[in-house]
Write a protein of this length. Structure first.
Length: 215
């Protein structure tokens, strides 16, 4: 009898969790929740100009070709260069697999191919995390004069900006529409929501470790 009650309770719990999961998916699919949250994480959206543009890489492809997330950041870095008055671009990211070039080197090649002078592109190739992006970039450009502008995805800016500030490198945030550009199509809403959930977990982890300070 006890075993039957346990089994019945387990079935009820499974049914409730399944219903909760289904309702959550429907909300995410048919409402702009993901876009609203990404906009919140992006912060100010004023496309600041400056002297040094810092661009953070993201994913890596196994064949050493620029990944989709890094591609978006590279495109907006080129646009920022063309629209502004930057004197240098610092590309951050050192993840490598299979002997391929670093993420920074791959994105750097893209930037040069689209018109940014090679001598103006500087690579930070040691970092594997956002925190290391901040530490190693500070070591590279601490003595460089001028205003620093940080470019990364909308959903990543909240953590990235605060990480750079926490290591003592003052930057002006320049997010670009990554998750936001998908929100007109329901095809991407669930996957984007999962990405936002992971980013929220990372924000919590960085805060718990004292690597960022929340408002």
């Amino acid at each position: 009898m006890t075993a039957n009650r346990v089994l019945a309770a387990a079935k009820r719990l499974f049914a409730r969790l399944s219903m909760l999961f289904t309702v959550t998916c429907l909300i995410l699919l048919f409402t702009p929740v993901a876009g609203w949250y990404a906009r919140l994480l992006a912060g100010p959206w004023n496309d600041p100009d400056g002297d040094i543009l810092i661009v953070l890489t993201s994913d890596e492809q196994p064949d050493g070709i620029i990944g989709l997330a890094s591609y978006g950041r590279a495109v907006y870095a080129v646009r920022a260069w063309r629209e502004g008055h930057f004197r240098a671009v610092v590309v951050c990211g050192g993840n490598t697999k299979g002997g391929h070039a670093s993420l920074a080197a791959v994105m750097g090649q893209f930037l040069v191919a689209y018109g940014i002078p090679k001598e103006k592109v500087f690579l930070e190739e040691r970092s594997t995390t956002t925190r290391e992006n901040a530490f190693f970039t500070k070591a590279l450009i601490a003595s460089w004069p001028g205003k620093r502008v940080l470019l990364t995805s909308d959903f990543h800016m909240f953590r990235a900006y605060r990480t750079f500030e926490a290591v003592g490198l003052e930057v002006s945030p320049r997010p670009f529409p990554d998750v936001l550009k998908h929100q007109t199509s329901r095809v991407y809403r669930l996957s984007d929501s999962w990405g936002l959930l992971l980013e929220t977990a990372k924000i919590g982890y960085y805060w718990e470790r004292g690597w960022i300070h929340l408002p």
